[in-house]
Design a protein around this ligand. Sequence first.
Ligand code: KG4
Ligand code: ZN
Length: 396
Amino acid sequence: MKVLAIETSCDETAIAIVEAHGDEQSASFTVLGNALLSQIDIHREYGGVFPALAKREHAKNLVPLLEAALEEAELLHEDTQAIPEETRDKIAAILSREPGLAEAFFDFVSECEPPAIDAIAVTAGPGLEPALWVGINFAKALALLWSKPLVAVNHMEGHIMAALATNDAEGVLLHIKDVKLPVLALLISGGHTELVLMKEWLEYELIGQTKDDAVGEAFDKVARMLGLPYPGGPEISRLAELVRNSSELGSPVSKFELPRPMLNDATCDFSFSGLKTAVLYLLKKNPDMSEREKQHLAHEFENAVTDVLSKKTARALEQTGAQTLVLGGGVSANTHIRRTFAVKMKEEYPNVALRIPSAALTTDNAIMIALAGFYRALRDEVAPADLAASGNRSLA
Ligand code: KG4
Ligand code: ZN
């Protein structure tokens, strides 16, 4: 099955074409085409993702990315197409809320043979609704024009599938097989911090979640307080690593102490807003912090976050008896978090398989949407004609 997948939930516009073989027990995936444009440079000026701007950029980027992905997949065949009046009108109506998109769409598709794909998958949520809508409308237009089934994908399921996928040596072929259920997923991104259990394949239960800020949001806000650019996660990580790798006498000592919110309570829930406020107070008390002190603060913040994430995850493992742990979402790119989980799991839960997404599949992309879309398509889950963006779409 060849799946064309579209991702526009946040500040990455991405289209991938993936050929999938197999079933729910054992599947392999070849990435035929993968085109992605990050808007980070555009949003940096605003210190975060600006939804109206994200929407406009997605509308501008989708057609060029579609062309690039089809070309890479060798599925782009130029040929003048007659589009029936009625279809044209329907598509124009579907794309009417995305300025400029209909023109670019018709220019491209009227010179392109319908490609040999079997399904179109699109992120339907969670995410920024104005951004999600662009991808959904674009996917609906393509599905109508090319008469392909449209499959709605939950972005977080995409992150889980990306984490479950293992690479072959050349990195070309991905496999999802030998997954031991239940799977516990720690999903950490700019909008999410949750522990989700996949008891049966594609059946989810929420085990814990943040009461306030998402962990990526906390990274981004603390980075902004320290005067670091958006997105803050990689910047904090860079400063913290400087402290860990430094040759100060003995092991690096934290110069600051931050709280570990909800560390010892009986739930698997999280809270990060108090941690963020604690950083704010420290900065107010020490207005002339040196660069070195800022590095120490970043280091302590990253340690506090990692302590909470690993302790709550351990609690959830005990509570659920999960056989596999996956990390997913943009924050799982964090070097210290990855390293800590790798060590702790080996020491404390040697029988639980740990799966962490490869670096390229960690942050938002369309390959992960194609993987999840494949499983939904296998179950014939065709999206309704009135599929809508759902900013809070949940897994459980
Ligand atoms: O999953 P993602 O790409 O987009 C959302 O769906 O939110 O996650 C983006 C988040 C941002 O908050 C970013 O700061 C964070 O992931 N992030 C990191 C790192 N790389 C990205 N956080 C900590 N350490 C990193 N290395
Ligand atoms: Zn994401």
